[in-house]
Write a protein of this length. Structure first.
Length: 73
């Protein structure tokens, strides 16, 4: 999750604490709205697991870009 937070902070031009709050909020929202199996996959992507490391960068980049667009960056 740290990689996602860093990318969101950089691309959105916000602090890492603000980015962590944004990422946590989005992840919580997605887990509430998506089926449990997908929520579990989100958890694995934000964890420290080696299997998730490859996809986490792509997801972090996409998420950071979208959050940046929200803030007009």
């Amino acid at each position: 999750m740290d990689e996602i937070v860093k990318q969101v902070a950089t691309r959105a031009g916000i602090t890492e604490d603000q980015a962590r709050t944004a990422v946590s909020t989005v992840m919580g929202f997605l887990k509430d709205k998506l089926p449990a199996t997908i929520g579990g996959q989100l958890d694995s992507l934000t964890g420290q697991g080696a299997a998730a490391a490859g996809d986490a960068g792509d997801i972090a980049s996409d998420l950071a870009s979208k959050v940046g667009n929200i803030f007009g960056k």
